[in-house]
Design a protein around this ligand. Structure first.
Ligand code: ITT
Length: 198
């Protein structure tokens, strides 16, 4: 009988799921999917949004589950689109963001908050990441979301042009923290013989 995955990822986004599977697979964790479109609360905090999504997802699946909220924060636009990144991409695309920031400083951050919820835990645990970078002057490479315009610090290519985006991205950082914490917690749980582990 096939083993059930270590975790589920509650997301409506195929790209996020496939990147997360690859990243967590590299940490020895298998990822299943809870395909759902959870209602997102309005908040300036990615962590608060991700935490609520994970708590709602837990009610649907009653198994260890993660949810993520991510966003592009452009400095010259005072952090816009930030938590509104999905809506802004769907309505204006990368081209709209490039137009809005014309003439402004090009620095930006790509941030992610990954929330982990499990039955019996008092609240989701959140792992936050931030990758600094710049916004290219045009769309470069074939990628999803804002990948064609975001150039992470230390690279001369956009996420869309990078073969190893999933090693260095905001998603890789947050999921790497989660994987490290889960591994440590499960190891110490196993050593102590506790019946309920992370
Ligand atoms: P779920 O909430 O269902 O997981 P979503 O696409 O709505 O899926 P978010 O609310 O986190 O996800 O929206 C963030 C948006 O930011 C996303 O729709 C993309 O447009 C963009 N985005 C997030 N991570 C990205 C990445 O790694 N590369 C490119 N764009 C990204």
């Amino acid at each position: 009988m096939p083993r059930s995955p270590d975790l589920l990822f509650a997301t409506s986004n195929d790209h996020k799921y496939s990147e997360a599977s690859e990243i967590l697979g590299g940490h020895g964790l298998s990822l299943g999917r809870l395909e759902c479109d959870l209602v997102e609360i309005q908040s300036p905090s990615l962590s608060e949004i991700a935490s609520k999504k994970a708590a709602d997802a837990l009610l649907l699946c009653s198994r260890p589950v993660i949810a993520e909220d991510a966003g592009l924060f452009v400095d010259s636009l005072n952090g816009f689109p930030g938590p509104y990144s999905a809506f802004v991409h769907a309505t204006m695309g990368c081209a709209g963001v490039l137009r809005a920031m014309a003439g402004g400083a090009r620095t930006a951050s790509f941030c992610a908050a990954v929330a982990y919820a499990k039955p019996g835990a008092p609240a989701p645990r959140v792992f936050e990441s931030r990758v600094r970078g710049t916004i290219a002057h045009g769309e470069l490479g074939d990628g999803w979301g804002y990948d064609p315009i975001f150039v992470p610090e230390g690279s001369s290519e956009t996420y869309a042009q990078m073969p190893d985006k999933s090693r260095v991205s905001h998603r890789a950082l947050a999921l790497g923290m989660l994987a490290g914490w889960l591994t440590r917690t499960r190891q110490s749980c196993a050593r102590s013989g506790a019946s309920s582990c992370a």
